[in-house]
Design a protein around this ligand. Sequence first.
Ligand code: FES
Length: 148
Amino acid sequence: MMNRRSVLKRAIYWIICLFGSLVAGASFSLYPFGLPRKTTRYLPVLPLEEAPRKGVKTVLIPFTVGDKRYERRAFLVATDGSLMALSSQCTHLGCLVNWDANRKEFLCPCHGGRYDVLGRPISGPPPAPLAVLPLKVEGDMIHVGVRI
Ligand code: FES
């Protein structure tokens, strides 16, 4: 025979089990199983002969996923004979930064974040440098790696 206390314990046990099952089920249903995983795709951005010798050049990177067209903006930065690609996404909250050729800085329009020519934060809220994007030359074209 069960007394009142043990009935209450069992009820609490089953309520906790039910709640745990609901949370697990909800988490499982929110997991994006059907979405394709992101991979790095190298996309052509500029003929090699048009690469900046010194300074920064803004490039637009068009691409498609399925039948949708997208476009990313990045920067090719040439310094001391080397070339690198920087993301245009601010590391604070993700706004797109612009290159200011007069100040020789990347400026974020959202909260005044500033980065130097190598993408290192110099003032404002950005907590980290602009992301360096993978870059390679194939044939006579510069390709930049984009996570898609
Ligand atoms: S999003 Fe760039 S400074 Fe806030």
